[in-house]
Write a protein that binds this ligand. Structure first.
Ligand code: RP5
Length: 163
């Protein structure tokens, strides 16, 4: 694969079924990425190294998913100016509401762009990253346009059971 443009990180491999939706979206648009497990509280040294090298390695943004007390996206954002897109992963007991609030309530000054809980959030984080890249990439913008038109057509063709 080409040099990764997007970093996809998650706090545990148990987050993969959700974060895979981001990776699938990036692959569908032919965007190079790297996917890694980096835990804020279990591998804080790896987290710091990942964030501190993100800019020099050429990452355009980092999509970070975590569940529970989900400090991974915020801690990454603390150590890099590369934009961080946070994905709240559903948790066992609080269904990801804890993850959402942990990620979205960043104090002023160090932002994390926060997406919906779960698979939709993971896919949308990737689509947002793609839209950002498309600002300076006409070919990618055309692909995104086709993607939106297909979604439009799917809805136009939806039928309901006879009433
Ligand atoms: C967080 O704790 C991870 O992001 C994951 O969502 C959650 C549970 O991790 P495991 O116990 O499955 O490794 O750090």
């Amino acid at each position: 694969m080409d040099k990764p443009l997007i970093g996809v990180v998650m706090g545990s491999n148990s987050d993969w079924p959700v974060m895979q939706k981001a990776v699938e979206q990036l692959e569908a648009f032919g965007i190079s990425y790297e996917a890694k497990v980096v835990s804020a509280h279990r591998t804080p040294d790896l987290l710091t190294e990942y964030a501190e090298t993100a800019q020099q390695r050429g990452l355009a943004c980092i999509i970070a998913g975590a569940g529970g007390a989900a400090h991974l996206p915020g801690m990454l954002a603390a150590s890099t100016i590369v934009p961080v897109l946070g994905v709240p992963v559903p948790s066992k007991y609080l269904k990801g509401q804890d993850s959402l609030l942990s990620i979205v309530q960043m104090p002023k000054g160090v932002p994390v762009a926060t997406f919906a809980i779960g698979e939709a959030g993971a896919a949308n984080a990737a689509l947002f990253a793609i839209a950002q890249l498309a600002v300076n990439d006409a070919h990618l913008a055309a692909k995104l346009d086709v993607f939106r038109k297909k979604q439009h057509q799917t809805v136009v063709e939806m039928t309901l059971p006879p009433q």
